[in-house]
Design a protein around this ligand. Structure first.
Ligand code: PMP
Length: 353
């Protein structure tokens, strides 16, 4: 730390992203990216946009907002594109929390929520998951804060049903409820259809997982016009050109090819179910995932050791050291071939013991 770093950030612990190692070619099953490339249209439109990088990107994101709003079945003033969904989540912490309105989230959930609360100097109220890692929705009734729920949750993969989220919305009419749907396309129930009914609901989604665009950084907020207007105030006060022209064009191309996205999601869901049943045959406990990853632990090898041994076999998975989950690894679902490579390595590792 330099002697110039503001004291207000001195104790900030930044979010640790999954490794992106360069020293060797790993099978990367650690950051929940798609194993499939973006659609041909996304690549083509992005290349065309690159011809005009001398110009600023459209701060209104007009065609992208129109295309995404149409896909969601909402008005274009009810969506806001951001630089990854991390940015819309940060905007939501800035816009809807303050010293009297804490951020409310689970003890085991997306690690960035804690960091966003800290960097924005906001109080947080942490609600433990049950022992089986499910959310008890009643814990969120009358929560007296802005609620952040990843649905499906990460890193557990477990999803709440839409009617359960609706009960949380009803029980918090005077607070915003943010539903982070980063993984919803792999088998969860989206809450976008509830937006017309609840002015306190903000849904966030990303193009990083189901839409194969993690490197382009594109996310969205979807909510009432009033909530989106607040978030636009934050956007125009920080970075009006938050979406670059290539990403905007790629996003439109990807939305133009929705069938490709749907097909990839179906394949990943099939591969996830196959991976889950094979891991169970090997004696693993695997949580019920509705995402593109599984969260699994073995009675024969600790979470940390399995992570290290897989790494030595050229496979990266994600291991978290937090107490309740340190026996688990979060494993991204890849192609069928990648899943088989992973399973082969796990069988070898277990046999060597
Ligand atoms: N929410 C959850 C639950 C996530 O796991 C991630 C991915 N790290 C994000 C949001 C943010 O993803 P992105 O910024 O790539 O849209």
């Amino acid at each position: 730390m330099s002697r110039f770093f503001s004291a207000k950030y001195a104790s900030l612990v930044p979010y640790t992203p999954g490794e992106q190692p360069k020293e060797r070619k790993y099978l990367k099953l650690n950051t929940n990216e798609s194993p499939f490339p973006p659609s041909e249209k996304a690549k083509k439109y992005a290349a065309e946009a690159a011809e005009h990088l001398e110009l600023y990107s459209d701060p209104e994101c007009t065609p992208l907002h129109a295309a995404f709003a149409e896909m969601c079945g909402v008005d274009k003033d009810m969506v806001l594109a951001t630089n990854g969904s991390d940015e819309i989540l940060n905007f939501a912490f800035m816009a809807f929390c303050d010293k009297d309105t804490p951020a409310v989230f689970a003890d085991i959930t997306y690690g960035f929520y804690k960091v966003f609360a800290e960097i924005n100097n906001l109080p947080s109220k942490v609600i433990p998951l049950r022992d089986d890692f499910t959310i008890n929705i009643e814990d969120y009734f009358g929560a007296k804060g802005t609620i952040f729920i990843a649905n499906p949750n990460a890193p557990t993969g477990i999803a709440l049903r839409r009617d359960e989220i609706e009960q949380i919305l009803k029980a918090n009419p005077d607070n915003v409820v943010v539903i982070d749907e980063a993984y919803v396309d792999f088998g969860g129930e989206s809450c976008i259809s509830l937006i017309g009914k609840y002015d306190n609901l903000l849904v966030t989604q990303t193009f990083s997982k189901s839409r194969s665009m993690a490197g382009a950084r594109l996310g969205f907020g979807i909510g009432s016009k009033a909530l989106i207007a607040d978030l636009k105030t934050i956007k125009y006060s920080t970075n009006p050109y938050n979406i670059n022209s290539m990403t905007m064009a790629a996003g439109i191309g990807q939305l133009d090819d929705e069938e490709y996205t749907r097909k990839n999601c179906r394949t990943i869901a099939e591969n996830r179910d196959y991976l889950t049943s094979e891991l169970k045959k090997l004696g693993f406990t695997v949580l019920d995932s509705k995402t593109n990853f599984v969260f699994a632990k073995s009675a024969k090898i600790s979470g940390g050791e399995l992570y290290t041994e897989l790494r030595a076999h050229g496979i990266l998975v994600r291991h978290f050291t937090a107490e309740r989950i340190s026996e688990f690894n979060r494993i991204t679902v890849g192609t069928r071939e990648q899943v088989d490579t992973l399973l082969g390595a796990i069988r070898d590792i277990l046999e060597e013991r």
